[in-house]
Design a binder for this molecule. Structure first.
Ligand code: PRP
Length: 212
């Protein structure tokens, strides 16, 4: 048997949604369902090997070719960039990037340079550059909503899914930046060397996504 196709999955929700999709295709995912603390697991009798990693690391492993494919959010792809093919929009993990600020505050009022807190400095820089607006960016690691509440920033650029976190913390969306969803990425060399297997898998994924 060929070496298994190795797929890095972003731990957490995207991992669960991908396993759900694999089961819909008919792949046996028992090992992943019963994984405990294991990080590399066989799927479909070992034809596929799943690697569980943090979002940024999914990109690193795929770029370096130690994983043939990966499932990661468009947010991480936009922030990290890198050299790989983006083959499919998996449709799950849907949310958006938005600029938000304290409710009722006129973000675009006044003359001073605005300060924006975010986990995504590159996306934030690109967004404001495209508007020709100079901003100061402060990198925060999580719960970015705290920054305007603590008066560290005038606004935040962050992921909004249900909007609950913003609402419960007295913030509101000023503008949407772009939609986000999970993407299937592929290492460039794997795409050449294992094209047939990858195309077959993508076809199966496509067919089962359309069943929704
Ligand atoms: C994300 C994001 C928001 C929240 C948005 O945070 O950074 O805080 O989810 O979701 P909502 O619109 O449904 O409320 P995450 O849960 O990943 O935690 P983190 O902020 O600590 O990274």
């Amino acid at each position: 048997m060929n070496k298994p196709l190795r797929i890095a999955l972003t731990k957490g929700r995207l991992e669960k949604d991908t396993i759900g999709l694999f089961e819909k295709i008919g792949f046996d995912c028992t090992a992943v369902r019963e994984k405990g603390r294991k990080l590399i697991l066989p799927v479909d009798g070992g034809r596929i090997e799943v690697v569980l990693a943090k979002a940024n690391d999914v990109i690193t492993y795929v770029e370096h070719g130690v994983c043939d494919m990966g499932v990661v959010g468009k947010d991480t792809i936009m922030e990290m960039q890198g050299k790989f093919f983006e083959l499919a929009d998996l449709g799950f993990g849907r949310c958006k990037f938005a600029l938000a600020a304290k409710k009722g505050e006129k973000f675009y009022g006044g003359y001073g340079v605005k300060t924006i807190a975010t986990k995504y400095p590159n996306i934030t820089r690109n967004h404001f550059e495209s508007k020709g607006m100079d901003v100061e960016i402060v990198k925060i690691e999580g719960s970015v909503e705290l920054a305007p509440l603590l008066e560290l920033s005038d606004g935040i650029v962050d992921i909004v899914e249900t909007g609950t976190t913003l609402k419960e913390n007295g913030l509101e969306v000023i503008e949407d930046i772009c939609p986000i969803s999970a993407r299937l990425i592929v290492n460039m060399v794997s795409m050449k060397l294992r094209q047939q297997e990858i195309e077959e898998l993508v076809e199966l994924i496509d067919k089962n996504l359309k069943k929704d």
